[in-house]
Ligand binder design. Sequence first.
Ligand code: PGA
Length: 250
Amino acid sequence: MRIPIIAGNWKMHKTVAKAVAFVNQVKDQLPPADQLQTALAAPTLSLVPMVQAAAGSPLKVMAENCYYQDEGAYTGETSPYALYQAGIHHVILGHSERRNYFHEDDELINKKVKAALRNGLCPIVCCDDTMARRIAADDKIHWAVNRILADLKGLSEADICNVTVAYEPSWAIGSGQSADSDQAEEGCYLIRQTINDMYGEEVANNVRILYGGSVTPANARAMMAKSDIDGVLVGTDSLDPRTFLEIVNH
Ligand code: PGA
């Protein structure tokens, strides 16, 4: 059974003090993790204090990125090994902002996915489909599916079971224009079919696939009701504890 997830992605928001205050505010109001998992991805500086604040609660704290080497002379990068040792067991990789502003390509993301898994981290691998591609291509999410093929290249069946995929159309991210629940389901369904082609039905039925892009308390329930959508990745509306909890309690 795939346990659904509500994951916030704070991006480059909040001071350490505000991040910890948020955790303290929500941590006792979350459902048990065997029913619905809850997670927050935060800037690196806040991760360890958040893990400490969340101890004993169902909330998982996630990194928003990491490098593909475990250690070494890579100024400014975050080690997946150090993340795991610090109690951070999940990482978002391949977010469209990383791809667009920091020029991360599928080859780099594939290396990062492998490094995360090698160090015990469970990656949430994001793939988008741009509006231009969506309009141009007959096969509407062809783009996203190709990305997933490239981002997950070379992973074993055991590896893939620790991966979560997020279908995040870049035109829906931060725009207030969410995909409708049918479009979101179509994207998640096609990604699951792609995983089915790569690894077979049993694996495809176990991998969780999230939708992300302008998720709000108003549309979360419709998204979560779809059979191939196992959760949501929430940017803007995860920044306020009230809207985050409303989405959790959709
Ligand atoms: P948004 O961001 O909810 O603000 O659209 C989603 C994301 O970037 O993961």
